[in-house]
Design a protein around this ligand. Structure first.
Ligand code: HEC
Ligand code: HEC
Length: 195
């Protein structure tokens, strides 16, 4: 599917009304299906696995859709997403969209002042805030970055940079064009320690 078509399809999913109420609520299904990896309150304690709390619902539905379509590649998540209906994608996204953001456990527990200053400068030079919001809290189809796990952020940035993770817009690969690998780690450190 082309990018424009993906965006339309994900947008239509998000806008459509929910179908018949399932027997189990999405909170119950989240506890059974998602919590082991993403944490009961949406704060992940698992390496390489993002916290979900605080992500905008529209961003979540888009990513679940990309996993289901095989456009975003991850063995665990693709397997989960394949079993989900359109209503499920919406139901889980609405649930996640209402979870209160919680600070994530970072790789290094104490923020390093020099890397925090450098990260802040990189974020303003590379206009991350233009799309991810002044507080880097995300919105609409753009991810929340503040307080995300440091290891996951570093991984995501490297995958975008290497063209391994293909967004449904080219925004991220363009944004990372002028950044070196060490900058990506610095950005991850900075973002993970933002409240
Ligand atoms: C076996 C572990 C596992 C389970 C179970 C699991 N996930 Fe995931 N999930 C992951 C991993 C790992 C990633 C990161 C994938 C990557 O690196 O691209 C992820 C990514 C995601 C993302 C993208 C988040 C972002 O910031 O881009 C969403 C949304 C998501 N999962 C939702 C869910 C939901 C909803 C469920 C339950 C229906 C679920 N996951 C079950 C491991 C899991
Ligand atoms: C032109 C808009 C735009 C700019 C500028 C931008 N981003 Fe993004 N970013 C996005 C969009 C849209 C996504 C969702 C990716 C997709 O298409 O699936 C995203 C996703 C991400 C993710 C993945 C989050 C997750 O939970 O998986 C990270 C990390 C990220 N951006 C970091 C940055 C950083 C750091 C900068 C600045 C160097 C930046 N972005 C600049 C639009 C932008």
């Amino acid at each position: 599917m082309r990018r424009a078509a993906l965006l339309l399809a994900a947008g239509a999913l998000w806008a459509a009304a929910a179908g018949a109420q399932p027997a189990q609520t999405y909170a119950q299904r989240y506890a059974a299906l998602c919590a082991t990896c993403h944490g009961g309150n949406g704060r992940s304690e698992m390496a390489g696995t993002p916290s979900l709390a605080g992500q905008p619902g529209f961003y979540v539905v888009t990513q679940l859709f990309l996993f289901r379509e095989g456009r975003r590649d991850n063995e665990a998540m693709t397997a989960v997403a394949k079993s989900l209906s359109d209503d499920d994608l919406r139901g889980f996204s609405e649930l996640v969209g209402k979870m209160t953001p919680v600070p994530a456990p970072a790789l290094a527990p104490v923020p390093d002042p020099a890397r925090m200053a450098r990260g802040k400068a990189l974020v303003s030079q590379h206009l991350c805030v233009n799309c991810h919001g002044a507080d880097l809290g995300g919105g609409e189809q753009v991810a929340r970055l503040a307080g995300q796990r440091e290891d996951y952020l570093a991984l995501a940035l490297k995958e975008f940079k290497a063209g391994k993770r293909v967004g449904y817009t080219p925004a991220m690969s363009e944004a990372l064009g002028g950044l070196a690998a060490v900058d990506l780690d610095t950005l991850a450190h900075y973002l993970a320690h933002l409240p």
